[in-house]
Design a binder for this molecule. Structure first.
Ligand SMILES: C[S@@+](CC[C@H](N)C(=O)[O-])C[C@H]1O[C@@H](n2cnc3c(N)ncnc32)[C@H](O)[C@@H]1O
Length: 250
């Protein structure tokens, strides 16, 4: 029996353990991803930002760097997350006391590009970022954002191929035409452990990621990063691109 998204113990997800495992000591691959995303968004907006933009990070969990990467370009950012402990973690990070020091290392990389250097991240993050409890699989194209990120979610929430594809489609249908996006996937992940609990994954490679995204994009650049961060996967796939004008298929 394959583990579906609804079967996993999301209510027991421990964000502090997750940060300890993944982000407290910044890994070279995350800093590389941050640089690639920073440079891609900077290229997309080299002529400036046309109108005030709204950004979304889907399945934000206990990771602030996708949200930080959208900071210079947006007037509002929403972090959508399903697991209640992660929602509470994110609410603390957006409170007036400011986000944890752990995230400074990621901003240090972002801040090396001019558009980012002009931003005071802690204040701005508290001002424009809001957290909302939501299920990715319920996003039906009614709400759309002008820039978006989805890191280790569609591939890291279920073992089922149909839920992976639906997760990608729901993310894509949450973006406006032309919206730049960044999405990351664990390559060939067999699932992951956070504290006492085990979470499911769907095994993807570059080809599966490309196939799932291609119907929705006008521009796509896939980076197959051969860094291993733990046993049980074979690297990380980072997709950078822009949403095309296809209408959602219900
Ligand atoms: C591997 S974690 C990734 C977290 C974070 N984005 C990161 O980059 O580290 C998977 C995340 O997906 C969230 N998630 C699982 N099912 C979801 C759903 N149906 N809708 C939205 N988020 C979901 C989990 O709560 C968790 O935060």
């Amino acid at each position: 029996m394959m583990d579906r998204n609804a079967d996993a113990p999301w209510a027991q997800f421990d964000p502090e353990v997750y940060v300890d495992l993944n982000y407290r000591v910044p890994l070279e691959v995350d800093l590389l991803i941050v640089r690639l995303m920073r440079d891609y968004f900077s290229k997309c907006f080299a002529e400036g930002v046309p109108d005030p933009m709204r950004g979304v990070d889907v399945g934000a969990g206990a990771n602030l760097y996708p949200g930080l990467a959208m900071l210079p370009w947006c007037e509002k950012i929403v972090l959508l997350e399903y697991a209640q402990p992660n929602v509470e973690y994110l609410e603390r990070q957006t409170s007036p006391q400011g986000y944890d020091e752990a995230w400074d290392a990621f901003w240090n990389e972002l801040g090396k590009a001019p558009a980012y250097a002009a931003v005071e991240p802690r204040t701005r993050f508290g001002e424009i970022v809001r957290v909302e409890r939501a299920n990715l699989l319920d996003l039906d194209g009614q709400r759309r954002w002008d820039i978006g990120t989805m890191f280790f979610v569609a591939d890291s929430m279920s073992e089922c191929p149909d839920e992976f594809r639906r997760g990608v489609r729901c993310f894509m249908d949450a973006l406006t035409e032309g919206a730049p996006f960044a999405a990351a996937f664990m390559k060939e992940s067999v699932g992951y452990q956070v504290g006492e609990h085990r979470y499911p994954a769907y095994r993807v490679n570059e080809e599966r990621v490309r196939e799932s995204l291609e119907p929705f994009v006008s521009e796509l650049d896939i980076h197959d990063l051969h860094h291993m961060v733990r046993p049980g996967h074979e690297g990380i796939i980072l997709a950078l691109g822009r949403r095309n004008s296809e209408i959602a298929v219900p």
